[in-house]
Design a protein around this ligand. Structure first.
Ligand SMILES: NC(=O)c1ccc[n+]([C@@H]2O[C@H](COP(=O)([O-])OP(=O)(O)OC[C@H]3O[C@@H](n4cnc5c(N)ncnc54)[C@H](OP(=O)(O)O)[C@@H]3O)[C@@H](O)[C@H]2O)c1
Ligand SMILES: *[C@@H]1O[C@H](CO)[C@@H](O)[C@H](O)[C@H]1NC(C)=O
Ligand SMILES: *[C@@H]1O[C@H](CO)[C@@H](O)[C@H](O)[C@H]1NC(C)=O
Length: 305
């Protein structure tokens, strides 16, 4: 197989850096993108090209960066929308500005990169787009509302977009990753938000609730995910190798046994709640309603056929 060309955002650290390593190890080529490329200068090589790309820089600049990226190796096969930031804070303590910034990095920036690459992928007749989502889409834990919202949106997007572009040769997948020990949970000066400001702490009313979650997290212990194995699994899914060989493409894949447990729990509970409320739920139909399943093919989850 000819080497693939990958564009990975958020490539300076954590899962993104592990992806770059794994991609090169397999003999592929990668454009490693980050908002400050100086910190990755030592990682450039024959098969690793660096690209400065800040997901908060707006649609125009992002589109020109994607065009530039396309020119580096002459084309791109796989776009990995991976960059992201975390926030642990009560919603009420999170200002609109802070929420906007998090949405820009975790959601809107990825939409811009994706929008910019789609015409290239369509013209090429092939392409793969991945998103690094989170097990939070199944967890919806408190004090992570903004983060969970952005990740839920990106998982939802991957599924709808896949249905729009799969007939054009383009595949999409959101990886709903469980806990992996990276520096994402460490408050960083440049992304310091009121919510993460440990000196000010949460509003008094939320302090006991947050302490409860913090204690549970301490009890939970080290996140079970291995960063290298996570990156390997993502690459395997895209290339159809390893344990992913022979599987039907799915647009949402959980990674990590903690993520599997949360997904199962949520699915069981959603089913239970749907059953419990069914009489109320179906009671809102018009008296003469005829319920059709004509839309079901569009509602179905890719990979479940
Ligand atoms: N670790 C987990 O447990 C976990 C679980 C589920 C999902 N995820 C997701 O995995 C992805 C990677 O996170 P990680 O755990 O590997 O964390 P990480 O080590 O903190 O890496 C995050 C990456 O995103 C980059 N980034 C942040 N803001 C950016 C911006 N505005 N523009 C461009 N790049 C930006 C960072 O660059 P800088 O070097 O400039 O900061 C860094 O390269 C994220 O989307 C995260 O939400 C992580
Ligand atoms: C770059 O990739 C090619 C295959 O595409 C490989 O032959 C070469 O050894 C790689 N170079 C480095 C420095 O890894
Ligand atoms: C964090 O909170 C402290 C105390 O309220 C304040 O002095 C400081 O400016 C805050 N830092 C940031 C980055 O918001």
């Amino acid at each position: 197989m000819a080497p693939l060309v990958w564009l990975v955002t958020g490539a300076s650290a954590g899962i993104g850096a592990a992806l770059v390593g794994e991609i090169v190890r397999r003999g592929d080529k990668v454009i490693a993108a980050n908002r400050q490329v100086e910190q990755m200068a030592d990682r450039a090589s024959e098969n690793v090209s660096l690209l400065e790309l800040d997901l908060t820089s707006g649609p125009k600049l992002i589109a020109s960066k994607v065009k530039e990226a396309w020119g580096i190796f002459g084309h791109i096969d796989v776009l990995v929308n991976n960059a992201g930031n975390f926030a642990f804070a009560p919603f009420e303590d999170t200002s609109g500005d802070v929420a906007d910034r998090l949405f820009q990095t975790n959601l809107f920036g990825h939409l811009e990169v994706t929008r910019a690459i789609l015409p290239f992928f369509r013209e090429q007749g092939s392409g793969c787009i991945t998103f690094t989502s989170s097990s939070q889409v199944w967890g919806n834990m408190p004090y992570t509302s903004i983060y969970s919202m952005a990740k839920s949106a990106i998982s939802s997007f991957a599924e709808s977009l896949h249905k729009e572009v799969s007939s054009l040769g383009i595949r999409c997948v959101a990886f709903e990753v469980g806990g992996v020990a990276t520096r994402i949970f460490e408050p960083r000066q440049k992304d310091q938000t009121e919510g993460q400001n440990t000196t000010s702490g949460p509003s008094e009313a939320y302090a006991p609730g947050m302490a409860g979650v913090s204690n549970a997290m301490a009890q939970w212990g080290a996140p079970p995910g291995d960063v290298v194995k996570t990156a390997k699994a993502m690459v395997d899914v895209v290339t159809g190798e390893g344990k992913a060989a022979g599987k039907v493409w799915s647009s949402r894949i959980v990674l990590g046994s903690d993520a599997v447990a949360w997904a199962r729990l949520k699915q069981q509970q959603a089913s239970l709640v749907t059953d419990r409320w069914e009489d109320v739920s179906v009671g809102t139909d018009r008296d003469d309603a005829v319920v059709s399943d004509a839309l079901h093919p569009y509602v179905l989850m890719p990979g479940a056929q």
